[in-house]
Design a protein. Structure first.
Length: 195
Protein backbone atom coordinates (compact mmCIF):
# COMPACT_ATOMS: atom_id res chain seq x y z
CA UNK A 1 0.00 0.00 0.00
CA UNK A 2 1.25 3.50 -0.80
CA UNK A 3 2.20 5.75 2.10
CA UNK A 4 -0.88 7.38 3.57
CA UNK A 5 -1.09 11.15 3.83
CA UNK A 6 -3.16 12.27 6.79
CA UNK A 7 -5.52 15.15 5.94
CA UNK A 8 -6.68 17.81 8.37
CA UNK A 9 -10.10 16.12 8.22
CA UNK A 10 -11.33 13.12 6.25
CA UNK A 11 -14.73 11.50 5.79
CA UNK A 12 -14.50 7.79 4.95
CA UNK A 13 -17.66 6.37 3.36
CA UNK A 14 -18.57 2.86 2.25
CA UNK A 15 -20.92 -0.06 2.65
CA UNK A 16 -20.50 -2.83 5.21
CA UNK A 17 -17.26 -4.76 4.73
CA UNK A 18 -15.80 -2.11 2.39
CA UNK A 19 -12.84 -1.37 4.66
CA UNK A 20 -13.95 1.95 6.21
CA UNK A 21 -12.63 1.23 9.69
CA UNK A 22 -9.43 -0.35 8.34
CA UNK A 23 -8.69 2.87 6.41
CA UNK A 24 -9.36 4.99 9.48
CA UNK A 25 -7.03 2.86 11.58
CA UNK A 26 -4.35 2.90 8.86
CA UNK A 27 -4.53 6.72 8.84
CA UNK A 28 -4.18 6.71 12.63
CA UNK A 29 -1.15 4.39 12.40
CA UNK A 30 0.44 6.68 9.75
CA UNK A 31 -0.16 9.69 12.02
CA UNK A 32 1.44 7.96 15.02
CA UNK A 33 4.42 6.83 12.91
CA UNK A 34 5.03 10.35 11.58
CA UNK A 35 6.26 11.81 14.89
CA UNK A 36 7.11 10.41 18.34
CA UNK A 37 4.72 12.80 20.13
CA UNK A 38 1.69 11.96 17.92
CA UNK A 39 -1.26 10.19 19.52
CA UNK A 40 -4.54 8.77 18.19
CA UNK A 41 -7.85 7.83 19.77
CA UNK A 42 -11.06 6.27 18.47
CA UNK A 43 -14.47 7.51 19.60
CA UNK A 44 -16.92 4.61 19.24
CA UNK A 45 -20.54 5.62 18.83
CA UNK A 46 -22.27 2.22 18.68
CA UNK A 47 -24.49 1.15 21.56
CA UNK A 48 -25.02 -2.57 22.25
CA UNK A 49 -28.82 -2.45 21.99
CA UNK A 50 -29.21 -6.11 20.99
CA UNK A 51 -27.14 -9.25 20.57
CA UNK A 52 -26.41 -8.54 16.89
CA UNK A 53 -24.92 -5.14 17.76
CA UNK A 54 -23.03 -6.58 20.73
CA UNK A 55 -21.50 -9.16 18.38
CA UNK A 56 -20.60 -6.47 15.81
CA UNK A 57 -18.92 -4.33 18.49
CA UNK A 58 -16.94 -7.35 19.78
CA UNK A 59 -15.76 -8.21 16.25
CA UNK A 60 -14.73 -4.61 15.54
CA UNK A 61 -12.75 -4.37 18.77
CA UNK A 62 -10.99 -7.69 18.07
CA UNK A 63 -10.10 -6.47 14.58
CA UNK A 64 -8.80 -3.15 15.93
CA UNK A 65 -5.04 -3.16 15.94
CA UNK A 66 -4.88 -6.20 13.68
CA UNK A 67 -3.55 -3.98 10.90
CA UNK A 68 -0.36 -2.01 10.55
CA UNK A 69 -0.19 -0.39 13.97
CA UNK A 70 -1.06 -0.68 17.64
CA UNK A 71 -4.66 -0.87 18.80
CA UNK A 72 -6.19 2.56 19.26
CA UNK A 73 -7.43 3.63 22.66
CA UNK A 74 -11.22 3.54 22.37
CA UNK A 75 -13.76 5.81 24.04
CA UNK A 76 -17.50 5.18 23.98
CA UNK A 77 -19.65 8.23 23.24
CA UNK A 78 -22.96 7.37 21.58
CA UNK A 79 -24.65 10.80 21.71
CA UNK A 80 -22.46 13.70 22.88
CA UNK A 81 -20.01 13.57 19.99
CA UNK A 82 -19.40 17.33 19.73
CA UNK A 83 -18.46 17.40 23.42
CA UNK A 84 -16.15 14.37 23.06
CA UNK A 85 -14.41 15.97 20.07
CA UNK A 86 -13.85 19.17 22.02
CA UNK A 87 -12.60 17.27 25.06
CA UNK A 88 -10.05 15.08 23.21
CA UNK A 89 -8.99 17.34 20.36
CA UNK A 90 -5.35 18.46 20.51
CA UNK A 91 -2.89 19.40 17.76
CA UNK A 92 -0.88 16.20 18.36
CA UNK A 93 -3.92 13.85 18.49
CA UNK A 94 -5.74 12.29 15.55
CA UNK A 95 -9.34 11.38 16.38
CA UNK A 96 -11.25 8.63 14.60
CA UNK A 97 -15.06 8.72 14.93
CA UNK A 98 -16.58 5.33 14.12
CA UNK A 99 -19.29 5.85 12.98
CA UNK A 100 -21.67 8.69 12.12
CA UNK A 101 -24.58 6.35 11.36
CA UNK A 102 -24.56 4.85 14.87
CA UNK A 103 -24.11 8.33 16.39
CA UNK A 104 -27.07 9.69 14.44
CA UNK A 105 -29.26 6.72 15.39
CA UNK A 106 -28.43 7.09 19.09
CA UNK A 107 -28.94 10.87 18.92
CA UNK A 108 -32.36 10.51 17.29
CA UNK A 109 -33.46 7.83 19.74
CA UNK A 110 -32.22 10.02 22.62
CA UNK A 111 -34.08 13.04 21.24
CA UNK A 112 -37.35 11.17 20.70
CA UNK A 113 -40.30 13.05 22.08
CA UNK A 114 -44.03 12.24 22.09
CA UNK A 115 -44.48 14.86 19.37
CA UNK A 116 -42.65 13.72 16.19
CA UNK A 117 -42.07 17.31 15.10
CA UNK A 118 -40.02 17.93 18.28
CA UNK A 119 -37.89 14.84 17.64
CA UNK A 120 -37.35 15.85 14.02
CA UNK A 121 -36.28 19.32 15.10
CA UNK A 122 -33.79 17.95 17.66
CA UNK A 123 -31.81 15.92 15.08
CA UNK A 124 -30.68 18.75 12.78
CA UNK A 125 -29.69 20.97 15.73
CA UNK A 126 -27.35 18.23 17.01
CA UNK A 127 -26.02 17.75 13.48
CA UNK A 128 -25.12 21.42 13.13
CA UNK A 129 -23.30 21.47 16.45
CA UNK A 130 -21.32 18.38 15.41
CA UNK A 131 -20.23 19.97 12.11
CA UNK A 132 -19.12 23.08 14.00
CA UNK A 133 -17.05 20.82 16.25
CA UNK A 134 -15.44 19.20 13.18
CA UNK A 135 -14.36 22.62 11.97
CA UNK A 136 -13.02 23.51 15.43
CA UNK A 137 -10.90 20.35 15.95
CA UNK A 138 -7.31 21.23 16.82
CA UNK A 139 -5.81 18.06 15.32
CA UNK A 140 -6.62 15.73 12.44
CA UNK A 141 -10.04 14.08 12.37
CA UNK A 142 -11.23 10.96 10.53
CA UNK A 143 -15.00 10.45 10.37
CA UNK A 144 -16.33 7.05 9.33
CA UNK A 145 -19.84 6.70 7.91
CA UNK A 146 -21.78 3.84 6.38
CA UNK A 147 -23.64 3.99 3.09
CA UNK A 148 -27.16 2.65 3.64
CA UNK A 149 -29.15 1.14 0.77
CA UNK A 150 -32.37 3.16 0.70
CA UNK A 151 -34.25 0.62 -1.47
CA UNK A 152 -34.96 -1.68 1.47
CA UNK A 153 -36.54 1.04 3.62
CA UNK A 154 -39.38 2.21 1.34
CA UNK A 155 -42.12 0.73 3.55
CA UNK A 156 -40.63 2.07 6.78
CA UNK A 157 -41.13 5.84 7.23
CA UNK A 158 -38.93 5.84 10.36
CA UNK A 159 -36.03 4.26 8.43
CA UNK A 160 -36.63 6.60 5.48
CA UNK A 161 -36.25 9.55 7.87
CA UNK A 162 -33.06 8.07 9.30
CA UNK A 163 -31.55 7.49 5.83
CA UNK A 164 -32.54 11.02 4.76
CA UNK A 165 -31.09 12.58 7.90
CA UNK A 166 -27.88 10.55 7.54
CA UNK A 167 -27.61 11.78 3.96
CA UNK A 168 -27.93 15.38 5.14
CA UNK A 169 -25.34 14.77 7.87
CA UNK A 170 -22.94 13.22 5.36
CA UNK A 171 -23.38 16.17 2.98
CA UNK A 172 -22.51 18.55 5.82
CA UNK A 173 -19.48 16.40 6.71
CA UNK A 174 -18.41 16.41 3.03
CA UNK A 175 -18.56 20.22 3.04
CA UNK A 176 -16.60 20.41 6.33
CA UNK A 177 -13.90 17.82 5.56
CA UNK A 178 -10.72 18.43 3.56
CA UNK A 179 -10.81 14.93 2.05
CA UNK A 180 -13.63 12.46 1.28
CA UNK A 181 -12.80 8.83 0.52
CA UNK A 182 -15.19 6.13 -0.69
CA UNK A 183 -14.09 2.61 0.24
CA UNK A 184 -15.04 -0.37 -1.91
CA UNK A 185 -13.60 -3.89 -1.41
CA UNK A 186 -10.78 -2.39 0.67
CA UNK A 187 -9.77 0.08 -2.04
CA UNK A 188 -9.94 3.86 -1.51
CA UNK A 189 -11.48 6.14 -4.13
CA UNK A 190 -10.83 9.81 -3.43
CA UNK A 191 -13.98 11.86 -4.04
CA UNK A 192 -12.60 15.15 -2.69
CA UNK A 193 -9.12 16.29 -1.73
CA UNK A 194 -8.48 19.94 -0.86
CA UNK A 195 -4.92 19.24 0.33
Amino acid sequence: MAELRVARSELVLGAGGAGRSARAEALAAAWIAAAPHHRAVCIDTAQPWDEELRDLIRRCRRASGGGSGPALPRLEEPTELAHALGQHSRPDTLIVVDCLGFWLTASLVHAMAPDESEAAAAGPARTLRMVDAVNACAGPLVLVSNCIDSEGVQARPDLQRLVGTLGTLEQQAVAACERVTLMSAGLPLTLKDMG
